[in-house]
Design a binder for this molecule. Structure first.
Ligand SMILES: Nc1ncnc2c1ncn2[C@@H]1O[C@H](COP(=O)(O)OP(=O)(O)OP(=O)(O)O)[C@@H](O)[C@H]1O
Length: 687
């Protein structure tokens, strides 16, 4: 295996995009190691520093400032600090910076806290779902996921504690970024009149490295005065990133990624490696390929620390990739696109881009969501390359030919056009946006998605016939969980099982409770441990058993280890449960126990989570589903339809009997291993 395989490798690799950047002549080329400078000196050397005055002037003068600047120039870490230094956080006001992903919000907050010299959660904090590391009184700069800020608009539609809201990585067009922009556009319209008088300080910044600034400018100036918005382009990037392409497309980019990483380790000096693949299975496979090569590592070569980074990991597990490699080791981080934007992993010098991403699409006619692997957009490819060259010069290896890069589309369709609109519409209604036709969408969702969502909400009693939210709808909208889970909490009152349903709701909000290694003796032992918790009545009760045992045995990490449970996941469930409990108390929902009456519990579950467990073999295409919550257990065969996200599949099955006559059910289910039954996650049923 040799890198001569690379097409250019030496002379003139790179797309026009990357070349243009490098030839701007404002790259810090001969910089010594980034960490050789003090943090303050590092800040001053960032390309954005030259634009500080202009940026602050624009924020002062305009309601909306659209900022476009190269990856790594300093938008995410510096802009909120400039605002802070210029007094935008005076009088108890807060500067918010949203991120589409929690790993970006948490890691950037950590970096900015250390730049400012405070502990995380003091002047600088972050807020992601079920995790708030910020202080109501002290925090002045708050990094948060876009979903969390949107949720806050439900409680305070004027977002009155914020002086500036920065919507970062707007090019990603995540669902909640779009919804926030829509809601804030309403503010901008109003800014010209009433609210500006009341709240003269509210400002909006929309930023990205790869934003179509003109369309955002048009969006924000339509219906208002042109003086309301402006664009600032930041020139310059920190360090050059060389780009290399494959000569021919590869039939197996996972294997190729492992091969290239291996070669880099043999042929290049220091620098960690970041690989972009599409999902967890691919990440595991790539790590396995590399692990198999490890015994052949020549003497003298750096040893490898193999790390995964994907959304299924807990925050702590995700943050592990930011820890420096030990002496003599090189980190190889295999990630999904969650590491694509706003993330700086100090030491990463080499990026390997598979050129693919998994996106979720939704079919409102069949209520089916599915995941499909598609080529990345130009914006994503640029962001990925930008992960090298942040703390030193770097190389990005694209596992596709240069001609493919040229044919990539600029962006992928916004998430709002390919998602189930049930929860967002409930939330918009809760914000008082009753006429969805008049809402100024950045991109409108398909009419059918909106209609199906409205139908579902009306039939669930959350929206009344006149289109207004009912009291229950209002309360469900406020709960920080999916509509289905929130409904389950509300019905626990009827079945007198709030205590247990609260636990089940918390446990189903956490991923990977059981730690079962793939195969081998360890896997078999762990599997036996898991069976100790297994309840005949279904997997929700298995989760309940595991939680109760965890509490009974003192929430101990060693106890978790010996019972194949993840201590982190279990602790997170405890914290989520206590947060959900506050909502139940607020809504006057009794937290009473069903006292072991599993039937009552199952009756509550059956209403909102379909009564199924699945008997399955990993990677098999067919299996059995068991209806536990019916009076008698019934079995029927099922068939995989599609993968909706890594390890989650949609199955279809039909059953003909008195209870379910020719009932077609869509079941989303996670396959674990070894033919063991596992819980269903979120189900819809159609006749
Ligand atoms: N954790 C960190 N460790 C070391 N340096 C860092 C860290 N985070 C940021 N930096 C430095 O600050 C620079 C600016 O990072 P920042 O995230 O603000 O850029 P950005 O313009 O928002 O980029 P992007 O568009 O890629 O998010 C990086 O290029 C890097 O030099």
């Amino acid at each position: 295996m040799s890198l001569t395989f690379w097409k250019p490798g030496t002379a003139g690799p790179g797309s026009t995009l990357d070349r243009a950047t490098e030839s701007e002549g404002n790259v810090v080329q001969s910089a010594p190691n980034h960490s050789a400078y003090s943090i303050q000196a590092q800040r001053e050397r960032l390309p954005i520093a030259k634009h500080r005055e202009k940026l602050m002037y624009c924020v002062e003068m305009y309601g909306v400032t659209i900022v476009v600047g190269q990856t790594g120039c300093g938008k995410t870490t510096q802009l909120p600090q400039y605002l802070f230094e210029c007094g935008w956080a005076a009088d108890g006001h807060v500067i918010a910076c949203t991120q589409p992903r929690r790993v970006a919000a948490t890691s950037v907050a950590g970096r900015v806290a250390s730049e400012i010299g405070c502990s995380l959660g003091e002047e600088v904090g972050y807020t992601i779902r079920f995790e708030d590391v910020s202080d109501k009184e002290r925090t002045r700069i708050r990094y948060m996921t876009d979903g969390m800020l949107f949720r806050e608009t439900l409680l305070d539609p004027l977002l009155s504690r914020y002086s500036v809201i920065m919507i970062d990585e707007a090019h990603e067009r995540s669902l909640y970024t779009d919804l926030l922009l829509g809601v804030l556009k309403k503010h901008v319209n109003l800014l010209c009149s009433a609210i500006r008088r009341k709240r003269p300080s509210l400002r909006l910044i929309v930023s990205s490295a790869t934003l179509d600034a003109t369309s955002f400018l048009e969006y924000f100036t339509s219906g208002t005065s042109p003086e309301e918005a402006t664009v600032v382009s930041l020139e310059g990037r920190m360090y050059p990133v060389e780009v290399a392409y494959l000569q021919e497309p590869t039939p197996d980019y996972v294997r190729k990624a492992a091969e290239v990483a291996w070669n880099i380790n043999l042929e290049h000096g220091r620098g960690d490696i970041l690989i972009f693949l599409t999902g967890r299975e691919e990440i595991d496979r790539c790590l396995e390929e590399l692990a198999e090569l490890l015994p052949t590592l020549p003497r003298g070569a750096s040893r490898l620390t193999l790390l995964a980074l994907h959304a299924g990991l807990t925050t702590e597990e995700q943050l592990r990739v930011f820890e420096p490699a030990e002496q003599g080791f090189r980190k190889v981080i295999v990630a999904t696109n969650i590491a694509e934007a706003s993330v700086t992993i100090d030491g990463v010098k080499f990026v390997i881009d598979s050129g693919f991403v998994k996106i979720r699409t939704y079919n409102p006619t069949t209520f089916l969501a599915s995941l499909s692997t598609v080529p990345v957009s130009l914006a994503s490819a640029t962001q990925r390359a930008g992960r090298a060259g942040r703390t030193s010069s770097g190389i990005c290896y694209r596992l596709y030919p240069a001609s493919t890069f040229a044919s990539l589309s600029r962006t992928i369709p916004p998430e709002i056009t390919r998602t189930d609109m049930t929860t967002p519409i409930l939330q918009l209604k809760s914000l008082g946006i009753d006429d969805l036709m008049k809402f100024e969408w950045v991109s409108a969702p398909p009419a059918e998605s909106v209609l199906r969502a409205l139908e579902g909400l009306v039939s669930a009693g959350m929206i009344s016939d006149n289109g207004r939210l009912t009291v229950v709808g209002e309360q469900v909208a406020e709960c920080p969980v999916e509509v289905g889970v929130a409904r389950m909490l509300f019905s626990s009152k009827e079945f007198k099982c709030g205590e247990e349903i609260l636990t089940i709701a918390a446990m189903t909000s956490v991923q990977d409770i059981f730690v079962i290694p793939d195969g081998g003796a360890q896997g078999a032992i762990a599997e036996l441990e898991r069976r100790k918790f297994t309840a005949e009545e279904g997997d929700h009760l298995t989760l309940l058993n595991a939680y109760n045992a965890f509490k009974r045995y003192g929430q101990s990490s060693s106890w978790c280890k010996s019972h194949a449970l993840s201590f982190r996941a279990m602790s997170r469930a405890v914290s989520i449960r206590s947060q959900l409990k506050k909502y139940m108390v607020r809504f006057g929902l009794p937290i009473e126990s069903c006292e072991g009456d599993a039937k009552r519990l199952r009756q509550c579950l059956i209403l909102h989570v379909h009564p199924t467990s699945v008997l399955f073999t990993r990677k098999a295409r067919t299996g059995w589903v068991i209806f536990h919550e019916l009076e008698e257990t019934k079995k029927t065969q099922i068939r995989i339809l599609t993968e909706i996200e890594p390890d989650w599949y949609v199955f279809k099955y039909s059953i003909a009997n008195d209870d379910f006559h020719s009932f077609r059910i869509q079941l989303q289910c996670r396959l674990l291993d070894h033919g063991h039954k596992y819980q269903s996650r979120h189900n819809g049923a159609t006749r």
